[in-house]
Design a protein around this ligand. Structure first.
Ligand SMILES: Nc1ncnc2c1ncn2[C@@H]1O[C@H](COP(=O)(O)OP(=O)(O)OP(=O)(O)O)[C@@H](O)[C@H]1O
Ligand SMILES: [Mg+2]
Length: 124
């Protein structure tokens, strides 16, 4: 398989106050989703940008999520129909990520198109 993850940032160091254990959990849940719910050729880009606030984007060119499922994606125990039997998840990853971002007074938004991929945008 040749899944790839590319990381890029607008600057070398971005200073931000956060709970590193929680934030690491949030971001890794999202990167893990892009890895496990997509085919073996998926390309994932993680982008970090400091503007007035800090923007974190986790974007993949994978299979995407149906519109009606996107509406429930942050609900606890919600699992999509796009995922194979290989990943036996609990449907908690996105709900946990959202909780953590909100605890940091941040925002998290998802955009997804079937056949094109998924983009998660976080603002802190
Ligand atoms: N990057 C993505 N590409 C395609 N589908 C995704 C992506 N991220 C999430 N999903 C869909 O959203 C659903 C919910 O994700 P969530 O992380 O909450 O649960 P899970 O991955 O199924 O289980 P868990 O995270 O608890 O192991 C997934 O079941 C999957 O259908
Ligand atoms: Mg998950």
């Amino acid at each position: 398989a040749d899944k790839t993850i590319e990381f890029n940032a607008s600057q070398e160091n971005i200073l931000i106050n956060l709970d590193i254990i929680l934030m690491r959990r949030a971001i890794s849940n999202l990167i893990l989703n892009a890895l496990v719910h997509n085919d073996s050729n998926v390309k994932i880009v993680v982008h970090l940008e400091k503007k007035e606030r800090t923007h974190i984007t986790i974007k993949d060119n994978g299979k995407g999520i149906e519109k009606k499922e996107v509406d429930n994606i942050f609900d606890r125990y919600f699992r999509g129909t796009n995922t194979g039997t290989l990943h036996k998840g609990s449907g908690l990853g996105m709900a946990i990520a959202k909780d953590i971002i909100q605890k940091h007074d941040g925002e998290i938004v998802i955009n997804s198109t079937v056949g094109k991929g998924t983009s998660i945008n976080i603002v802190l």
